[in-house]
Structure formats: structure tokens, C-alpha cells
Ligand binder design. Structure first.
Ligand SMILES: [Zn+2]
Ligand SMILES: [Zn+2]
Length: 878
């Protein structure tokens, strides 16, 4: 790369460097990759963000690791590629368009299907790229040339092919089943699209009398409006209370009709009275019991959530919740309501609009899932598919073990239309292209099924369809299966499991070897980020305020072992300061070079011969080798926090605070070594902080782009335990001197002499040999090491370092003044602390508001800390 045209700014400014580097990476084709079987593949399919989406913190936590891993593996020399794309997000997009129309006073029916779909298409043209722009600003580098879309031509063809094949294999069927219905969206929902929450409700105890007017059985229900659809009352076969009733008939209390009392082990004896009303038309568990007993299902609530005309006249047309109120009133009037009690009801709501979902009997299309689920289960049990953290394997397997057939038809317009046609004779034709006539009777009048496919049907095919399936492309051969999938835990069922099922069935293998589940980003108090709480963070604002590098660093450095992250913005500020620290380190290095203050021999890029290394040289090279090893290990283990922290502490605490300080003294080795350590560290840091490292790499005049440079290998010959031990001892000594020097009001002029008492031969030798280091870091010019107590300064401040005592001489007046001041301070703090302690033993603790009590407690802790520090200082005065 050419020498930098612009001089380095005094301070690190992310806005000044981030804009240009992204374009240069794209121009250089850094992110583009062709299949190359001669190198190990490293492929990640990007979870396709919704076309309606904006970048949020969830993208920060799941996409930053994908970018880090791809950049890292590219530097390792792998055939590394990150495959991007967008999801048409059927219901989400449909809702957005409907909202737009509503602003114009229109519904989708006013504009019609074709125009509606056209609008949804335009949506992608107009807004689909917003999230991609945001991804670029975050430094994410997928192979943009391979961008795909779940509604693009190739993927749409693949979706239809899969449907037709599954239908021919008997794995897709049409049937009337209880489905989750959102009355607001007017469509079915998959089980995974229903969100369950506990809401306060009421449990109603309703009497079902025997036909002869006997007491019959009391049933507890939260939904009395569905009594119209009851087909039986069930009790547990071993429940002695009801033995005599089993097999007899009871009267349905709202709409007189005799229904049988049946016995089924699924009934919980302890719930309510032990009697359960069976309503297969409006409850999934009841539907299963009903099936076992050959009972029909009756439906009394329509798709609009209003009572149908299958109920008594006064109820017809009522909304389900109004109907509930009236049902309670009617039951009460008829003396059938025994009692009511408060009860927490687990309620299913639509994941898109929060409307309470209604279980409805409906004629829909389903995937027969068991034959697909079994191989997916075996894949994880055999270790072919692994979860990180491992505990998510249980989540995945539990779901697959209890999986039910998947309802895939949706009554919305935006999405892949079902390749299904009907003739007037009720025949069904399923075909990849529009058929000319009915496959059974040859009727030419065919109606195309108006429904579209569940959005997860197409995204479930993602990893192999984006590689060109069903064609046998070089991409499919080289890059399937992918090496890893990185995603959030809330889509393990919706997405991960379905990709595994479809991948095995259609592409012949699991779609990825490992699934990394990233943690949830919470606010600082540990609450979920949500619009209603107003505590959401916008990653784009973080990028604006702190830069993309700092934002990425702050996100991954807080990701510990899959635990949810309580995200602290202070970490962004820390990370930006870290960038500035690196900036200043490079500026110093280049400055020193151009002024000749340090003997940097240009263009000498290699490290000087090891025999000429001083102790600090050996120590920093040991540190670099260790850091390279640890970062490599951490990235291989997906431990991004470990990688970030290792680099942070090495670069800040060792390189900047110590080595660069020492490098300010002339030593022939230090220039090239400093250059080498800085440049190598920038490479190790590049996957996490791509922009600043690229800029500093260029400033250090390294060849080419850092993004395309080779990952630093660990030179184990540089590991040097002896250098580490020796420097650690020296630095402890330096720390002790610095701590003394930091004491308040200490007269500066008296501190050039440092006395050590009790030092062993090894430490003395180090202090003698490394006078330069000691002089630079501890600003100590003369070190006295008296053998007996005689050499001790008359007045001093001191600090212990194990058996060693470090002393700075001071004058008598200082000691006296400090003693008096400290005694006063100690007395004052003791008095206040005592008063608070006494107060906390009284009834104050129970009576005062909790925040007042906790304030007192933290004040006490503060005082105790002051006391400890003052006593220590008092101790050090002689
Ligand atoms: Zn809805
Ligand atoms: Zn026909």
C-alpha cells in the first residue's frame, strides 16, 4: 500500500477513518470468494434479516461474531465466505404494507392482490437496503456479490420444487385440523409463532347435571363461551368421585344437549374438581382426547373471533370475549355457576400483532413432520450437529421429540403461493408450473389456491438454496454443509430445526456442523430491551457516538459463555479510549522514528536477532506469543470476550504502559520490536476491530491490506518464562514506588532515592541490571539496599512487597503533619461509621424506605474503605 497521504490526526476519530476503509475493502474484493476445494472451507450463511428490518442490538450480538469468524478464517487462509441475504418476512411485511394502506384509508382488499404484491415488491426496492447500509457501517463484510433473497427467482423455484416433492412423497397433505388462528391477521400461525404469556383470568366452576336432574359433575373452565362446543366431560378413570358417572350422559348447561362422561388418563385429578370439559373444536389437548374417544369436533367461533350461528340466538355474532361475559351471566341465572376464582391463564398471542390466538378447526395444508424430525434428532444425538453452548441441544431435542404436524398454509398475500390448483369436481392438482388441466379429470377450469406458505418454509431451505440447489453447483459441492451457524435462541425451533430437517432430506446432509447460540442483549438492569420500556439501544447511534470498532468490541467483550449480556454503554466509551490508546502508540512509534529519538532502522521490518534482546524485549515478545496463542484459541472456541480481553490487557497494560514507556529510552532493539509487536497485535485485533486496525496497519507501512494478511502464527521460541518472572518482579517494585509517590501532598523533590530492605539477591541483581527500566518507570535515580536496619532513612513512607520493604525518604515535618491529619480523619470516620452502625441496629431498618436504608449502608461501606486506607497510610509513616 502507498504511504499515507494524510498525516495522522492527533486524536483517534472513528468517523474520519471508518467511511473510507469499507469502500476500499469492497473495491479490493476482500469479501468475495470463489469455491476452492484445495483449501479448508469456512462458510457461514447469514440469518437473513427481514426486509422490513432495521439493525438492532440482536444483530450486534449475532452478526458481529459471524463477521469476526469470517475475517479470522480468511486470515487463516481458509476458503472463507459469509453468505448474505434478505427474508421476505411474509406476515411482518404484509403488516407493514397494510399499515401504509391504512394511512390512506385503504385495506388490502381495496387495492387487490396484484397491486398489493407490487407494493410489497417495491418495499424491498425502497427500503430493503437500509439494513445492508447499516451492516456496512458496522463493518460487516459478507460476500455482497452473493446476496440472495427468499423471494428471488432461484429461491422461489426451489421452494415450489420442495413443496411438490414433499407432496409426492406423502409428506405434505391437506386436512381439517385445529390450527392457531390470528383473528386480526386473518391467518393461521405455526405453533412457534404463538407467544405464550401468563395473564390474570378467572376459573369458572360450572355444573353439568345428569339427565335426570342429578348433581352430575362440576367442571372448571376458563372459557365458558366454548361450552356450546363441548362434546363430553372427562374424568380420570381412577377418580373415585366419578366412578358411577362414567358412561352416563350429562346436560351441557348453555345449550341443552346430552354429552357423555368419559374416562381418560390425561385428566388431572387435582385440577379444579377433577372434571374436564372436552371441546375438541377449540382446544388442542381436548382435540387429542376427543380423537382417542372417537368424538367429533364442533366449531362455534368463526375466523373473525365472533360466535357463529351454531350457538343460541342471543350469542350469535358476539365477539368471543363479550360472549364469555354473557355466558357467565347466563350460567349464573340458570344456577349452573357454582363459583368463580382468580386464575392465571397461559394465553397464546400472535407474535406479530399480540392478538389472542384462537384455536380453530380449519382446512389447511400440513407437513407430516415425524419422518423429517427423526433424522434431525439423530443428527444431534450422534454429534454430527453440535450446539454451543451445549445446553441448547436439549432445547432442540425436546422440541423435536414432541413435534406436531406443521401447518404451512397462510391466508396472507405476501409470500410464496402454494403450487396447488382445484377443479370444480374437488380434485387437487399439485405441480411445479401452472397446469393446463386437472390431473384427475382433465377439467380445464382450475382455481389456484389463494394461500401462501409459512415464511419459515422458505427460510428453512436457506443454506442449500442460496448455494444454487437443486442444481449441482460448485458452490453446493464446496460449501455445503456450512461450518457454523450463528443465531439467537428464540429461533431454534422456527428456523434452526427446520433447516436441519430440510437440509438432511433434500441436500443429503446437516446444513452446518455447529450452531453457535448467541446471548440476548439486555439493558443494564437486566431487562429485555423493548419499545414499550423505551430502553432499546440503537447500534447505529452507538456507531455514531463511539465508532463501529468500539461498538463491536463493547458487544463481544461482554459476551461471557452464553450468559445474557447486561449491556453497559460505558464499555463503548472504554473501547473507544482503547482505540485512542492504540492510535497514540502508533503515533509515538512513527514520531520517534521520524525524529530519530529511537533507533528505528527503516525499512527494517524483521525482528532483530534474539541474542541482542534486552529483558524488556524478551518480555514483550513472550507476551506477544502468549497473546497470539490465547486469541487463536479463544476464536476457535467462539470465546470472543476472552479474545477481546486478552488483547485489551496485553496492549494497554503491557505494551503501552510498560514497553512503550521503556522504549522512550534509546535501545537499538526496541524500535523494530515495537513495530513488530504493534503490527502483529493489529492483525490479532483485526477481526474484532476491522477499521482502526486497517488504518494503523497502513500507518505502520505494512504491505497490502491487513484484512488480507496472514494470521500471525505463534512462535513458541519466543515464549520466555524467565523473562516473564523477572519483569513481573521489577514491575511489582515499580508499582510499590508509584503507589508511594501517589500519596497526597508528598514533596516531589525528595523522591529520587528509593530504599529497599530485605530484598533477595535475585531482585537486587534485577534492580542493578535494569536501571534504565527502573529509572523510566519508577523515576528512581538511586536505589539503596542497606543490609541492616542502619541504612533506613530517619523519616520515610513505606510499602511492603512480601518480605521486601520499599521506602521513600521524607522530611520530619511531612510525617508530623500527615500523622495529625490522618489521626483526625480516622477519628472523624470512626465516629460517623459508629453512628450509622448503631442506627442500622434499630427499627430504622424496617421503618425507613428501602432506598434510604441502602443509602446508609453504602455510606457505611464507603467510610470503612476510607478508614482502611487512612490506617494503611498512617502505618506507612515513620
Ligand atoms: Zn396477528
Ligand atoms: Zn378434476
Amino acid at each position: 500500500m502507498a504511504a499515507p497521504e494524510q498525516p495522522m490526526l492527533d486524536k483517534y476519530d472513528p468517523a474520519a477513518i471508518e467511511a473510507s476503509w469499507y469502500a476500499r475493502w469492497e473495491e479490493a474484493g476482500v469479501f468475495h470468494e470463489e469455491p476452492d476445494p484445495s483449501r479448508p472451507p469456512f462458510v457461514i450463511s447469514m440469518p437473513p434479516p427481514n426486509v422490513t428490518g432495521r439493525a438492532h442490538m440482536g444483530h450486534g450480538s449475532t452478526y458481529t461474531p459471524q463477521d469476526i469468524l469470517t475475517r479470522y478464517h480468511r486470515m487463516l487462509g481458509d476458503n472463507a465466505v459469509w453468505l448474505p441475504g434478505l427474508d421476505h418476512a411474509a406476515i411482518a411485511t404484509q403488516n407493514v404494507i397494510e399499515k401504509e394502506l391504512a394511512k390512506e384509508g385503504l385495506t388490502r382488499f381495496d387495492v387487490g392482490r396484484e397491486k398489493f404484491i407490487e407494493r410489497a415488491r417495491q418495499w424491498r426496492e425502497l427500503y430493503g437496503d437500509i439494513i445492508y447500509k447499516q451492516f456496512r457501517a458496522l463493518g460487516f463484510g459478507p460476500d455482497w456479490q452473493r446476496d440472495r433473497y427468499t423471494m428471488d427467482e432461484g429461491l422461489s423455484k426451489a421452494v415450489i420444487k420442495v413443496f411438490v416433492q414433499l407432496y409426492r412423497e406423502g409428506l405434505i397433505y391437506r386436512g381439517t385440523r385445529l390450527v392457531n388462528w390470528c383473528p386480526r391477521c386473518g391467518t393461521t400461525l405455526a405453533d412457534t409463532e404463538v407467544e405464550h404469556e401468563d395473564v390474570p383470568g378467572t376459573l369458572y366452576y360450572v355444573r353439568y347435571r345428569t339427565e335426570d336432574g342429578g348433581d352430575g359433575v362440576v367442571v372448571a373452565t376458563t372459557r365458558p363461551e366454548t361450552i356450546f362446543a363441548d362434546v363430553a366431560v372427562a374424568v380420570h378413570p381412577q377418580d373415585e368421585r366419578y366412578q358411577k358417572l362414567v358412561g352416563r350422559l350429562v346436560e351441557r348447561p348453555l345449550s341443552p344437549h346430552a354429552i357423555p362422561v368419559i374416562a381418560d388418563t390425561a385428566v388431572e385429578r387435582a385440577f379444579g374438581t377433577g372434571g374436564l370439559k372436552i371441546t375438541p373444536g377449540h382446544d388442542q389437548a381436548d382435540a387429542e382426547i376427543g380423537q382417542r374417544h372417537g368424538l367429533a369436533a364442533i366449531s362455534v367461533i368463526g375466523p373473525d373471533a365472533r360466535m357463529t350461528d351454531a350457538v343460541e340466538a342471543e350469542f350469535v355474532g358476539l365477539d368471543r370475549f363479550e360472549a364469555r361475559k354473557r355466558a357467565v351471566q347466563t350460567l349464573h341465572d340458570r344456577g349452573a355457576l357454582v363459583k368463580e376464582e382468580p386464575y392465571t391463564v397461559s394465553t397464546g398471542t400472535c407474535y406479530r400483532c399480540d392478538t389472542v390466538v384462537e384455536p380453530l378447526l380449519s382446512l389447511q395444508w400440513f407437513v407430516k413432520i415425524k419422518p423429517l424430525a427423526e433424522p434431525a434428532l439423530i443428527a444431534s444425538q450422534s454429534g454430527k450437529l453440535r450446539f454451543v453452548p451445549e445446553r441448547y441441544r436439549r432445547t432442540y431435542e425436546d422440541w423435536l421429540e414432541h413435534i406436531r404436524d406443521w401447518c404451512i398454509s397462510r391466508q396472507i398475500w405476501w409470500g410464496h403461493r402454494l403450487p396447488v390448483w382445484y377443479c370444480a369436481n374437488g380434485h387437487v392438482t399439485v405441480a411445479e408450473t401452472t397446469p393446463a388441466a386437472c390431473a384427475e379429470c382433465g377439467d380445464k377450469q382450475l382455481t389456484h389456491d389463494p394461500d401462501t406458505l409459512d415464511t419459515w418454509f422458505s427460510s428453512g431451505l436457506w443454506p442449500f438454496t442460496i448455494l444454487g440447489w437443486p442444481d449441482k453447483t460448485p458452490e453446493l459441492r464446496a460449501w455445503y454443509p456450512n461450518q457454523v451457524l450463528v443465531t439467537a435462541r428464540e429461533i431454534i425451533f422456527n428456523w434452526v430445526a427446520r433447516m436441519v430437517m430440510f437440509g438432511i432430506h433434500f441436500a443429503g446432509d446437516v446444513p452446518f456442523g455447529r450452531v453457535l447460540i448467541t446471548p440476548l442483549i439486555l439493558d443494564e438492569q437486566g431487562r429485555k430491551m423493548s419499545k414499550s420500556l423505551g430502553n432499546s439501544l440503537d447500534p447505529m447511534e452507538l456507531v455514531r457516538d463511539y465508532g463501529a470498532d468500539a461498538t463491536r468490541f463493547a458487544i463481544v467483550s461482554q459476551m461471557h459463555g452464553g450468559q445474557d449480556v447486561r449491556f453497559s454503554i460505558a464499555k463503548c466509551d472504554d473501547a473507544r479510549k482503547f482505540c485512542n490508546k492504540l492510535w497514540q502508540a502508533v503515533r509515538f512509534t512513527l514520531d520517534a522514528d521520524s525524529h530519530g529519538a529511537v533507533d528505528f532502522i527503516r525499512p527494517m521490518m524483521s525482528v532483530p536477532d534474539e541474542t541482542s534482546w534486552t529483558l524488556p524485549d524478551r518480555w514483550i515478545m513472550d507476551g506477544l506469543a502468549r497473546t497470539a496463542g490465547r486469541v487463536t484459541q479463544a476464536l476457535d472456541a467462539f470465546d470472543f470476550a476472552q479474545a477481546a480481553q486478552t488483547l485489551y490487557s496485553f496492549l494497554w497494560n503491557e505494551l503501552c504502559d510498560v514497553y512503550i514507556e521503556i522504549a522512550k529510552d534509546k535501545a537499538p532493539t526496541r524500535g523494530p520490536i515495537l513495530m513488530h509487536v504493534l503490527a502483529t497485535s493489529m492483525q490479532l485485533l483485526h477481526p474484532i476491530m476491522p477499521f482502526v486496525t486497517e488504518e494503523l496497519w497502513m500507518r505502520l507501512s505494512r504491505d497490502g491490506l491487513i484484512a488480507e494478511s496472514a494470521w500471525p502464527s505463534v512462535n513458541s521460541g519466543w515464549l520466555d518464562d524467565r523473562a516473564r518472572t523477572d519483569m513481573t518482579r521489577l514491575l511489582e517494585f515499580v508499582e510499590a514506588v508509584r503507589a508511594l509517590r501517589a500519596l497526597p501532598k508528598l514533596p516531589y523533590r525528595e523522591m529520587r532515592d528509593v530504599t529497599v530492605i530485605g530484598a533477595d539477591a535475585q531482585l537486587l541483581e534485577l534492580l542493578r541490571n535494569e536501571t534504565g527500566v527502573v529509572a523510566r518507570l519508577a523515576r528512581a535515580e538511586r536505589i539503596h539496599a542497606p543490609t541492616g536496619a542502619d541504612g533506613r532513612p530517619v523519616h520515610s513512607v513505606s510499602r511492603r512487597l512480601g518480605a521486601v520493604e520499599v521506602l521513600l525518604p521524607v522530611d520530619e515535618a511531612y510525617v508530623e503533619k500527615e500523622r495529625v491529619a490522618l489521626d483526625k480523619e480516622i477519628a472523624r470516620a470512626q465516629e460517623e461509621a459508629g453512628a450509622i452502625e448503631r442506627k442500622l441496629q434499630t427499627s430504622f431498618v424496617e421503618k425507613a424506605p428501602p432506598d434510604v436504608v441502602s443509602k446508609e449502608r453504602s455510606r457505611l461501606a464507603e467510610l470503612n474503605q476510607t478508614l482502611a486506607m487512612s490506617r494503611e497510610r498512617r502505618e506507612s509513616l515513620r
